[in-house]
Design a protein around this ligand. Sequence first.
Ligand code: GUN
Length: 287
Amino acid sequence: MTAGILDGESLAARIRAEVSEGTATLAARGVVPGLGTILVGDDPASARYVAMKHADCAEVGIASVHEHLPAGVSQDELLRVVRRFNDDPAVHAYLVQLPLPAGLDEEQTLLAVDPAKDVDGLHPVNLGRLVMGAPGPLPCTPAGIVELLSAYGVPVEGRHVVVIGRGLTIGRPLALLLASKRPGCNAAVTVVHTGVPDLADHVRRADVVVAAAGRAGLVTPAMVKPGAAVVGAGTSWEGRKLLSDVDESVAEVAGWVTPRIGGVGPMTRAMLLRNALAAAEAAAGAA
Ligand code: GUN
């Protein structure tokens, strides 16, 4: 079997076109949606991600506001910038790029973000809404994965999904989302991590596998039930080469698989734009 490709790049392009229509509608009312980013330090991968987010914004008519702080910035100074973004009416939504350099308090920083401007959906209030099934911004990578599976007709409802990884940005919120009562979710979800000794046995039982551990080539063909959908959400770097948690030969066994590049990444960024537009619409009273 050769797996079908879960092409996030083309789906993300369609979503960007939808967002462009939304920003044009707002612009006609004199509102330009604004997305802010706060980048601390000089991690090249983080800088590249932030730059791509701003390029996406330019394409869809969202204004960008960027603050780059040195790695040695104090927690107080970082919080001052967060409060400034909270108070700036031109910034409808924003994010603090994670991970923060050592010495800065990620939890305290995320807590200081106005939940109404939390484009990541990672503020505890918004994660709480996700737990409750209440409306709110969904974390971008989990929302992008659900959208991708749904767009390609991969059955998820009532099926067994194994999520590998329990990090704040992907694994933990994705498991909550997939188990929640919503279209394209309603799944039986197992969360495992790389410290689970019988990891392969769990993965072999899955109809859908999402690897979000950040360990290159973690999921191999021998771990995959023939015909299962396999999503590589975790990444790592070998020099400047982006590696996936899913070994490329998984395509010989799986029914569906994400490509190494152009799978989940573009979907995360598309969901970010959608959340930014939604925040601007809410602020403008148009939601
Ligand atoms: N770093 C890696 N993924 C993410 C994300 O989804 N949001 C933020 N803020 N930082 C990240």
